[in-house]
Write a protein that binds this ligand. Structure first.
Ligand SMILES: [Fe+2]
Length: 319
C-alpha cells in the first residue's frame, strides 16, 4: 500500500472522487475562498495581524527570546492507562510530533532531531502541518525533513496525516522521504503478538474532508484502534466509534501563552479543555500536541515546543 508514490497512484489508492474533492478544495483555498471545514475564520490568512505581533515583539525586545523559546524542543514522556487496551499492546511506545512548520525557520528539522537523539519508541506519528506556508511550493521543507527522518527511525515506522497547511501533492513527496501518509485510511501494526490499527484522517479544519467511514472501512469491529487527525474539532464524532485514543495537534497549545500557560488564542472550534495536552472524552483518551514548530510568528512564550512519547498501559484510566 505504501510503495506507490506518484500522484496518479495516490488517486487510485484513495479513490478518484475523494482525490478530486481534495484538489478542488485546495484550489478554492488558494483563491482565498473561505474554508470548507469547521472554522470560517482562519488566522493563517490574517497576515496583517501577524505582522503587527512581530512588530510588537521587536519593539518590546522580546523577539529573540521568543525565537529561542521556539527552538527549545522538549521531549516528554507520559504513561497512558487505557482500560480497553489489549494486554498484547501493553508497553507500546508512540512518539507523537506535530505541526513541524519546517520552513518557518532554518534548521528546525536538525534541531528537533538533536532533541530526539537517544530516545526509544516503537512507532512515530506526525499529526499534520509539515510546512509554514499554506499554499505554493513545499519542496523547501525537504532538507529539514531529511535532517529529521533519521531521528524518527523505529521498528514500526513513521506515519503521517495532512494538516491544514498541507496539500495532497505533499503525500507522495513525504512518502518518498519515508513517512507513510494516511489519507482517510488505516493500517494495522503488529506488536507483542497483537495488532493495533492506526486510522489517519484528512484535515477537518480548513478542508473538512475527514471521513470516518472511509478511515474505518478496513478496521474490524472491536479492534484496538487509534485515531490521528490534525485538529481537536471532531472529538464528538470520533467518540461514537471505537477509538482508544485521539492524537492531534493544530492549536500549538496556544504557542503564545500567559505565564500560567493559558493560551491567548486557540484557533480551533472546540472547548478549551481539548485545545492543549492530555484530555479525556468519555472512554476515549486524547492528546493535543503543542507541536514542534510555530506559525504566524516564529516565537513561543510559556508554551515550549514538544515531542511526546505516549507509553500505553492496559488498566483503569487513572493517570
Ligand atoms: Fe500548525
Amino acid at each position: 500500500m505504501f510503495d506507490e508514490v506518484t500522484l496518479e497512484a495516490l488517486a487510485e489508492r484513495i479513490g478518484e472522487e475523494y482525490f478530486a474533492l481534495r484538489q478542488r478544495a485546495e484550489v478554492d483555498h488558494r483563491l482565498r475562498v473561505k474554508g470548507r471545514g469547521r472554522s470560517r475564520f482562519h488566522l493563517e490568512n490574517i497576515r496583517a495581524l501577524y505582522a503587527l505581533l512581530d512588530r510588537l515583539l521587536r519593539l518590546t525586545g522580546l523577539r529573540e527570546a521568543g525565537r529561542r523559546n521556539a527552538l527549545a524542543v522538549q521531549v516528554r514522556e507520559r504513561v497512558v492507562r487505557l482500560s480497553r487496551l489489549p494486554r498484547s499492546l501493553d508497553g507500546l511506545r508512540i512518539l507523537q510530533i506535530s505541526d513541524l512548520h519546517l520552513d518557518g525557520q532554518p534548521g528546525i528539522g536538525a534541531n528537533a532531531a538533536a532533541a530526539l537523539r537517544g530516545q526509544r519508541f516503537d512507532v512515530c506519528v506526525i499529526t499534520g502541518d509539515f510546512r509554514w506556508r499554506v499554499s505554493g511550493d513545499f519542496r523547501q521543507i525537504e532538507g529539514d525533513m531529511r535532517a529529521l527522518m533519521p531521528a524518527l527511525a523505529c521498528p514500526l515506522g513513521v506515519y503521517g496525516i495532512l494538516g491544514n497547511h498541507d496539500v495532497l501533492e505533499m503525500a507522495p513527496f513525504l512518502q518518498r522521504l519515508g513517512v507513510r501518509m494516511l489519507l482517510n485510511e488505516a493500517v494495522e501494526l503488529a506488536f507483542g503478538g497483537g495488532g493495533l490499527w492506526l486510522v489517519g484522517l484528512d484535515d477537518p479544519h480548513y478542508y473538512g474532508l475527514h471521513d470516518f467511514r472511509r478511515g474505518l472501512a478496513r478496521v474490524p469491529p472491536g479492534a484496538a484502534c487509534l485515531l490521528l487527525v490534525h485538529s481537536p474539532e471532531v472529538i464528538a464524532e470520533a467518540s461514537r466509534h471505537q477509538f482508544l485514543m485521539y492524537l492531534t495537534g493544530h492549536t500549538h497549545a496556544g504557542q503564545i501563552c500567559l505565564p500560567n500557560g493559558r493560551p491567548l488564542l486557540v484557533n480551533a472550534r472546540c472547548a478549551r479543555k481539548y485545545a492543549a495536552y492530555a484530555w479525556q472524552h468519555g472512554a476515549m483518551a486524547g492528546y493535543t500536541s503543542a507541536g514542534i514548530g510555530a506559525s504566524g510568528v516564529f516565537a513561543r512564550f510559556f508554551c515550549p515546543p514538544e515531542a511526546m512519547i505516549h507509553e500505553l498501559r492496559a488498566g483503569p484510566a487513572a493517570e
